[in-house]
Design a protein around this ligand. Sequence first.
Ligand code: ADP
Ligand code: MG
Ligand code: ZN
Length: 485
Amino acid sequence: MEYEAIIGLEVHVQLLTRSKMFCGCDANYQDAPPNTHVCPVCLGLPGSLPVINKRAVEYTIMTGLALNCQIAPVTKWDRKNYHYPDLPKDYQISQYDLPLTFAGHLTIDVEGRPKRIGIRRVHLEEDTGRLYHVDGRALVDYNRSGVPLIEIVSEPDIRSPEEARLYLQKLRTIVRYLGVSSGDMEAGALRVDANVSVRPVGQETFGTQVEVKNMNSFRSVKLALEYEIERQIGVLRAGGTVVRETRGWVESEGRTVSQRSKEEAHDYRYFPEPDLPPLEIMPAWVDALRRALPELPDEKAARYQREYGLSAYDAGLIVADRLVAEWYEAAVALGAKAQPPISPKTVTNWLTGEVFRLMRERGQDIQALSLSPAALVEVLGLVANGTINNNVAKHVVRDVIESGKAPTQIVEERGLRQISDEAQLAQIVAQVLDQHPDEVQAYLNGREQVAKWLMGQVMRATRSKANPQVVMALLIQHLEARRSS
Ligand code: ADP
Ligand code: MG
Ligand code: ZN
């Protein structure tokens, strides 16, 4: 029997507000010494009262709008009660039955076809503190306690680990475009819990779901899902039943292990937060936020296809990172003003080819690469006006990154100007033909592809600086001349 996987993701995203969710403490705790960003509110001291962070509510609404969600006209806060040392109040302020935003979707591209993944809800809550284990002792740092956190819950519409990866990447791209979160999984700013079940292909009803936790990279989400799907199929094939439980991904062992069963599941005893009033969301406020939304990745990709004639594939590659998209648009604008103009297509080819290769090779993002849009356009201008050829241009781009010098300066200092002078090139061509009589004979006997090899020899003799079109024309001319003599 064939089985298919059903996956639903619960993603927690930390918001990039200046202050915490319910107090004035600095929310940027990443490099701070432990317990320095704390106050009576986020330490849960008796008598302290929470105050709602307006910016956090706005960021949640913006995220909801970007995910095609509805915005609740009235929302409220609820206490989620449980006992754990990283939770000083013994409850987390969250949203239970009236989430701020709900019923949306996000579109992923599955092998060239768009697929909608439903978004059940996006609600706002507060983060917990963190436990550290040092020399057998548990230490707690409350700097993270009370940092605003949104939880984005998908519908069970995801059908494979690859679709889960596409969904997460798109989600991260969107929160980064909005500027509401760093989306940085390594820094814990984006955390994923995965619900997964399997069912025989053709069966309508879902199988029993298992919640998998503890993945801290996109790669571990993929590995954990692959493992868990195989495990559940194995259980069913062996005639067993999948148990509803929470399992943890153990990265070092490459497997999931049972953490707690449904019977041991927390009863959170949710009840309305008595210290905060329900929040009425005025339509005018939502409208203003909607108008202020930046151009989102899907819209941007559509515009690149429409205005610049890009393929859907290239457009998708470029919009996946907002900084890359901004870099690209700056380069296209400069290219349009250049003399002769550099086409968006040329900029696209260089960005998705050579520049992406350099980013991968050096493990740097576009900002760290220190290649400005202006520098690339300058290099392309040198190609367009015949000063250098395409091959040399690649070396110049590399040199710009390594030396920080301007392209024109590099070309002059290193003597990289293209040789287009026919008399000079004709001399080199004649020399190369004299040095390789066997190859010349082979060409004359009908092996025309030898011309390419001879071309390589000429390029080598000119340290790649020769104008390839001129060389090819001269080569054919000289070879043919030798046929008649
Ligand atoms: P709970 O309230 O117990 O956490 P929910 O039904 O609310 O469970 O769903 C939580 C998450 O699990 C959602 O992301 C949802 O899409 C996903 N989910 C629900 N049922 C299944 C299933 N049978 N298989 C996989 N994922 C599921
Ligand atoms: Mg859950
Ligand atoms: Zn505080």
